[in-house]
Design a protein around this ligand. Structure first.
Ligand SMILES: Nc1ncnc2c1ncn2[C@@H]1O[C@H](COP(=O)(O)OP(=O)(O)OP(=O)(O)O)[C@@H](O)[C@H]1O
Ligand SMILES: [Mg+2]
Length: 272
């Protein structure tokens, strides 16, 4: 058995909304357990509102929880993270437009992260910026551009470079390729796959596109109404789903080459 990097056990998150008579409680996570091994890509799939982003935020320390426990590299993870734990788990979001400061060049954005976390000595910041561009397969000249002129794919690579700047062990990618055109998506998915191979990076990959999940992930966890209903090897799960909800999720996905063909993993959960 491969070593567990992140173990989440029985995580519960409730949101309280409204006041007085209109007050209500939403249970976003209802005892969610999952595990990401070192060097593994775990997919997290489920329809809109099932709790994927809430789980991503819990793991990244951005969301509090009422029950459950998190362990990282064998140690308990406190809700209030120390700097080392904050560096170790980095998040990449869906919208690369919103997550980069339009006034700053890429070099400024990444240098700031390197300086704040004292990742390399001041004299080596420039070299590290260039290495990070190599890692995300962008030309180093892009360091002196601002996000405004860049494509969605380039921006998302910059967001990944910024996350990698602090040498994380786990990357939590919440719909990180969902807003990109299909051809650009493939490039970023290949990049994540290369990063896992080169750096031994572990990735929690949240997506609604099952075809992408099938290409990238080693294992998949299926979440339904805040509950993990199935968590297994990716190819096994796609070939022979055990849980009824997983079957529906996979079966409800139309294939482009006609209704009679097998319908596994060819489409998107969005808008259903
Ligand atoms: N800050 C919040 N306040 C109140 N309810 C919330 C909050 N954040 C999430 N929720 C609710 O928790 C549930 C899970 O939401 P979450 O964003 O985790 O789903 P998701 O699986 O990421 O969906 P999507 O695929 O649309 O991104 C939903 O019912 C959502 O409305
Ligand atoms: Mg979400």
């Amino acid at each position: 058995m491969t070593e567990a990097l992140l173990t989440a056990e029985d995580m519960v998150v409730r949101f309280h909304t409204g006041h007085g008579k209109s007050a209500s409680t939403i249970t976003a996570l209802n005892k969610v357990s999952l595990e990401v091994a070192r060097g593994e890509v775990l997919g997290l799939v489920g329809e809109s509102g099932s709790g994927k982003s809430t789980m991503a935020r819990v793991i990244s320390g951005l969301q509090s929880y009422t029950e459950g426990s998190l362990r990282f590299a064998g140690q308990p993870l406190d809700l209030k993270r120390n700097k080392k734990d904050r560096r170790a788990i980095q998040m990449v979001f869906q919208d690369p437009y919103a997550s980069l400061d339009p006034r700053m060049t890429v070099r400024q954005t990444i240098s700031e992260v390197l300086r704040v976390h004292a990742i390399v000595p001041p004299g080596e910041v420039g070299k590290r910026c260039e290495e990070l561009m190599d890692l995300v397969q962008l030309p180093t000249r892009i360091l002196d551009s601002r996000p405004g002129g860049m494509s969605g794919g380039q921006r998302q690579r910059i967001a990944i470079a910024r996350a990698l700047a602090v040498n994380p062990e786990l990357l939590v990618a919440d719909e990180a390729v969902s807003a990109l055109d299909v051809s650009v998506q493939a490039g970023v998915v290949n990049l994540l796959s290369d990063l896992r191979a080169e750096l031994g990076l572990s990735i929690l990959f949240i997506a609604h596109d099952l075809a992408v999940v099938r290409t990238l992930c080693d294992r998949v966890a299926v979440i339904y109404h805040g509950d993990i209903v199935e968590q297994r090897n990716c190819l096994d799960l796609f070939d022979d789903p055990h849980d009824d909800y997983t079957k529906r999720l996979l079966g409800a996905v139309p294939r482009l080459d006609g209704p009679r063909a097998s319908s596994l993993g060819q489409g998107s959960l969005r808008g259903r």
